[in-house]
Write a protein that binds this ligand. Structure first.
Ligand code: SF4
Ligand code: SF4
Length: 309
């Protein structure tokens, strides 16, 4: 039976946000990855194969949780969470589809993925009803290195849309890939998708980015950076040091080892999912770290953007 009536929700309806960095394993090896490991896709495949035989071998120290354990953890708190799952690549995590299927019964979910792995099982098992979105990173250079094409990605996002899932697609402005942005943008636009430009931060050809984008390069993609907050976070070093922020109460970060921290930048320990423990702040506290790139916390109102330093 077709279930064409069920779609990703129109309204974000949640009490609290969990940014769950589920793993560090990834089948891609992008040159600008925040986690630099030249052997990563090989280790991911090898780890995946060996783990079935020798569970202790785990190069990234990721701890694996079962669908029942993680849904018990979130359901036990008695709130509705918006759980944003990213990695690494979440689709290489054991039983990932079942984890999302369980969690999405009571919570809102976003999945950050390179969308290079098969999605048919996901579409078959998971209803879009509580899936806020797929946040898809194109990573064009690495995608093509793995013999996957832009067209293959386009077909997958069309498939997700046809099944009722919202998709958001981003394109990293790695300097050698800037000239291709327009062509890829137009290809997706023709099919009703709007690509988001994501600034590259790092070194390329002896130059630091984003500082060294030329005016002409910026012109190609500046208007495709989704919001004022994203633009500020792309080109400025944001700081909210000393400003009240509800991260630690309204928002948490979960790390691959299960530890819970206030946010991606403030590592104050607030518990661990494997111990079924979470000690949220009981009041709003000031930010105590010098830099913040947490656009989600800003967009969702944890901290006042106008008070940035
Ligand atoms: S897909 Fe993401 S996590 Fe994987 S290598 Fe690329 S940037 Fe890193
Ligand atoms: S302002 Fe940013 S860095 Fe500071 S606590 Fe909030 S989310 Fe974390």
């Amino acid at each position: 039976m077709e279930n064409e009536k069920i779609q990703s929700p129109q309204k974000k309806d949640y009490d609290k946000i969990a940014m769950w960095l589920i793993n560090m394993e990834c089948n891609f090896h992008c040159p600008y990855c925040f986690y630099d490991d030249s052997q990563r896709s090989m280790k991911t495949r090898l780890g995946d194969w060996v783990r079935k035989k020798v569970p202790a071998i785990n190069p990234y120290k990721t701890r694996f949780i079962t669908p029942d354990e993680i849904s018990r953890f979130f359901d036990g708190i008695g709130k509705r969470w918006w759980i944003m799952i990213s990695g690494g690549e979440p689709f290489v995590y054991p039983k990932f589809v079942d984890i999302v299927e369980k969690l999405s019964q009571n919570h809102l979910i976003t999945i950050g993925t390179n969308l290079s792995l098969p999605i048919d099982e996901f579409i078959k098992k998971v209803s879009p009803k509580n899936i806020w979105s797929f946040y898809i990173s194109m990573h064009l250079g690495e995608r093509e290195r793995q013999c996957l094409s832009v067209d293959e990605l386009l077909e997958k996002v069309k498939k997700l849309r046809a099944a009722g899932f919202r998709t958001e697609i981003n394109y990293v402005m790695y300097p050698p890939l800037i000239p291709r942005f327009k062509e890829v943008y137009e290809k997706f636009e023709k099919e009703g998708f709007k690509l988001e430009a994501k600034v590259f931060r790092g070194q390329y050809d002896g130059k630091s980015y984003p500082q060294n984008y030329t005016a002409q390069e910026r012109k190609i993609f500046y208007d495709s950076i989704p919001s004022e907050i994203d633009r500020a976070a792309s080109f400025e070093n944001l700081s909210f040091l000393g400003v009240p922020c509800s991260a630690g109460n309204k928002l948490i970060r979960i790390n691959p080892n299960g530890s819970i921290t206030r946010c991606p930048h403030d590592h104050e320990n607030l518990g661990n999912i494997f111990q079924n423990k979470m000690n949220l702040h009981d009041r709003i506290k000031k930010c105590v770290v010098p830099h913040c790139k947490c656009t989600l916390a800003i967009k969702e109102g944890c901290v006042d953007f106008m008070k940035r330093k």
